[in-house]
Design a protein around this ligand. Structure first.
Ligand code: HEM
Length: 223
């Protein structure tokens, strides 16, 4: 008999990842020309607003922070000279700073979409959904950082890090996430929801942009 915890922390993440994979393959096969055209347009656009640039820069730094904090075991980080104190100060001040920068950028983008009529009428439901979801994920992430800076009883590197590593090596363990504080749980569940809806939203062009960029560079080299 599958328990609620297993459903939420073992089955749901894989379900979202499978939807992500199949959804992208489906969209690539059925609508490749539109997908590539949009990615090309984005790459050629010169007047991209500063909030969008700021958001992408912030997300990139946060992504790298998540890779270091969640994929590298504490012993490895200690081994290369990152004591727990150094790591946590870095995560709180550096991660927190970029978290806030990204939060301000997404807040401005969401407010613009809701408040300015011209943007509102030209926006799709999926654009509203992605904006709100990102707003909530980044907001809960910052709250989690504040939470971890105020308490010494919970170290996400001992609970969430191992859970992520077991998940990606196909040995899911729901017992770990059950012990995480609610704010972290909400952050992770919302993040997987974003993964699941990604192929059916504008995020699809984000994933295809690096491919399109490399393709363009290859063509330029050939000339
Ligand atoms: C399975 C996916 C994810 C996991 C397991 C995860 C885990 C975490 C954890 C444990 C923290 C707290 C860090 C601390 O206390 O210092 C955090 C913070 C944060 N997360 Fe996530 N996260 C995930 C996905 C995402 C996504 C998709 C985004 C953005 C779109 C995001 C944005 C943030 C931000 C802005 C912070 C606060 C700043 C920082 O510490 O970098 N996270 N996340």
């Amino acid at each position: 008999m599958i328990t609620w915890n297993q459903l939420i922390w073992e089955i749901y993440p894989y379900l979202m990842l499978v939807i992500f994979l199949i959804g992208h393959i489906y969209r690539f096969n059925t609508n490749q020309s539109m997908w590539r055209k949009k990615a090309q347009n984005l790459l050629e656009k010169k007047d991209i607003r500063w909030e969008i640039k700021l958001f992408h820069f912030g997300i990139l730094v946060i992504f790298l922070g998540h890779v270091v904090g969640l994929l590298f075991p504490i012993t490895i980080l200690r081994g290369i000279g990152f004591s727990d104190k150094v790591y946590h100060s870095f995560a709180i001040y550096f991660g927190g700073f970029f978290g806030i920068v990204t939060f301000i950028a997404i807040a401005l983008l969401v407010i613009r979409r809701f408040m300015i009529r011209q943007f509102r009428v030209n926006s799709s439901i999926s654009q509203f959904m992605v904006g709100i979801l990102l707003f909530l994920i980044i907001g809960t992430g910052i709250y989690a950082t504040v939470y971890s800076s105020n308490t010494s009883t919970f170290d996400y590197r001992k609970i969430i890090g191992p859970w992520v590593r077991l998940l990606i090596t196909f040995r899911p363990n729901s017992e770990l996430m059950v012990h995480a504080p609610l704010i972290y749980q909400i952050h992770v569940l919302l993040s997987f929801a974003l993964v699941g809806i990604s192929p059916f939203t504008g995020l699809i062009h984000g994933w295809s942009m690096p491919i399109e960029y490399l393709h363009k560079r290859k063509l330029m080299k050939k000339r």
